[in-house]
Design a protein around this ligand. Structure first.
Ligand SMILES: *[C@@H]1O[C@H](CO)[C@@H](O)[C@H](O)[C@H]1NC(C)=O
Ligand SMILES: *[C@@H]1O[C@H](CO)[C@@H](O)[C@H](O)[C@H]1NC(C)=O
Ligand SMILES: *[C@@H]1O[C@H](CO)[C@@H](O)[C@H](O)[C@H]1NC(C)=O
Length: 479
């Protein structure tokens, strides 16, 4: 009998041990967490339920009478962050909802159901996951660390990072296997770090994730050094230098860098038409500069700089100047060549013909691909301009226009001058014809006179020949 009781006791212990399983729940800080607690409905009567948190006492309790009680720390100013929806009680579901979870809500919870002398318990570990950034808006060039915090931290959990939904591979090569290094991404703040960071923690088959948006303060345009800005000779150009909005950089400076000083640039003279402001920069965060009229020798590297919160930020860019060179070939035709001071980004060239109609509407027609264009290929009727467009792998980089003043001038003067020329030509031709006719007449007359002299001579020859024959015949008859 005693043995039977003992066996039953062990069995009950084992069974309660089995029902007292631990559940893992992840919840992102600020969201709602649901701690599951379900029992198969034992009877029509709803048991009394008590939710407790380890070391924190009662969270929520409902007695047999149906009265609810909240733990003092879970009820503030009459509003409760925790609740257990009644509607599910009949299904044996006593899951606890915690709204707006915080780091300190993380921990081990227990759900006990008492029905008469039967007690069942569920244990739930709530882990609060949150992504934090060392500085909410790190300044460009400073080190920023982005951490994945889970409270309590699950040991031997896996941690993965995504940035804008793309798995992020830290650049800092010394990625040790220690857990802190997995949870913390430490990177130099650049545009690369801007975006939505998500940390995904995997533990015991469950997954928790949290996100944070990171913006980096600094020069947002151009976003990196050695950006190329293309301009045609004679045109105006803006050299961009735009800081993060709401940033007012102090002591902003523009410099032109002397060529050949790649490591330690030495400032050179700024171009004649340089202006440290741009027509399109009304914002104090926009420190773009402009060149009113670009010359071929203005090409090269430029640098803008400004200080944000005591840190000096700089950005370099390269002005690439395009021009059209023309040369006359031995056959007399003109060859146009598209010249750029840097062609490293150029993949191909295209020559187009730009014409304007009476309304000023522009029409662009493609002439040919390639760096050079022989101007004879353009029909003289085509008024307008020739433009060389140059393309990179992402589309058109820029264009440079060649005006055709000579050709249009010629074709413009030809029509009034043409009739005059024709008259002269016709007149001269007529004169020539008359002269030719006179010459022909003179020749004819000369010929005729010659023939008159010829005939007597011929008569004498014919005569003497016949005389001779007659004489020979006579002689023959005589013999
Ligand atoms: C960041 O990404 C996560 C997951 O892709 C998404 O749930 C969240 O809404 C995003 N947050 C922002 C601020 O874009
Ligand atoms: C040309 O311009 C006029 C007015 O500027 C406009 O009404 C017309 O539609 C344009 N034609 C073309 C072909 O774009
Ligand atoms: C040349 O470039 C300017 C500025 O990008 C553009 O407005 C213009 O349409 C281009 N012209 C041609 C012929 O492509």
């Amino acid at each position: 009998m005693q043995l039977e009781y003992f066996t039953l006791g062990v069995l009950t212990f084992l069974m309660t041990g089995a029902t007292c399983e631990e559940t893992e729940v992840f919840a992102e800080a600020g969201s709602q967490a649901v701690l599951p607690c379900t029992f198969s409905p034992l009877s029509r009567f709803i048991p009394s339920i008590i939710w407790t948190k380890a070391n924190k006492g009662t969270v929520w309790r409902k007695g047999k009478s149906g009265l609810q009680f909240w733990g003092s720390s879970w009820s503030q100013k009459g509003t409760q962050r925790v609740r257990c929806p009644h509607s599910q009680f009949e299904n044996g579901d006593f899951s606890l909802q915690i709204n707006n979870v915080r780091e300190e809500d993380g921990g081990v919870y227990s759900c006990r159901a008492e029905h008469g002398d039967r007690v069942s318990e569920k244990v739930v570990t709530l882990r609060i996951i949150e992504v934090s950034v060392s500085s909410s808006v790190p300044t460009w060039g400073s080190y920023a660390s982005i951490s994945c915090n889970v409270t309590p931290w699950p040991h031997r959990a896996s941690v993965q990072w995504t940035l804008n939904n793309i798995p992020f591979v830290p650049q800092t090569g010394t990625a040790s296997r220690r857990e802190t290094s997995k949870r913390v991404v430490k990177e130099k703040a650049t545009a690369r770090l801007t975006g939505n960071w998500t940390c995904v923690v995997g533990y015991k088959g469950k997954e928790g994730r949290a996100s944070a948006a990171v913006t980096v303060n600094g020069i947002i345009e151009p976003s990196n050094d050695n950006t190329k800005v293309y301009a045609a000779v004679g045109s105006a150009v803006t050299l961009p230098c735009v800081f993060s909005s709401s940033m007012i950089p102090s002591g902003s400076v523009w410099e032109k860098l002397k060529p050949g000083f790649l490591i330690k640039p030495a400032p050179g003279r700024l171009p004649a038409s340089f202006s440290a402001s741009s027509p399109s920069s009304p914002l104090p965060s926009d420190k773009s500069a402009s060149l009113r009229e670009v010359r071929f020798e203005d090409e090269g590297k430029y640098r803008c700089s400004g200080a944000i919160s005591g840190q000096r930020l700089t950005r370099q860019m390269q002005l690439v100047v395009a021009k059209i060179g023309s040369s006359i070939t031995s056959k007399g035709s003109v060859t146009l060549t598209c010249h750029l001071t840097d062609t490293s980004e150029v993949t191909h060239y295209e020559w187009v013909h730009v014409a304007y109609d009476l309304n000023g509407n522009r029409s662009v027609g493609s002439l040919q691909k390639g760096k050079t264009l022989s101007i004879n290929k353009v029909s003289e009727e085509n008024r307008g301009d020739l433009a060389c467009r140059f393309y990179g792998k992402d589309g058109m980089l820029g264009n440079v226009t060649h005006h055709i003043p000579l050709m249009s001038a010629l074709s413009g003067q030809k029509s009034p001058g043409g009739s005059h020329n024709t008259a002269v030509v016709v007149g001269l031709g007529f004169l020539l014809l008359v002269l030719l006719l006179i010459l022909a007449q003179m020749y004819k007359n000369h010929q005729r006179r010659k023939r008159i002299f010829q005939y007597p001579a011929m008569e004498t020859i014919v005569h003497s020949v016949s005389n001779e024959r007659e004489e020979r015949e006579r002689n023959h008859e005589k013999k």
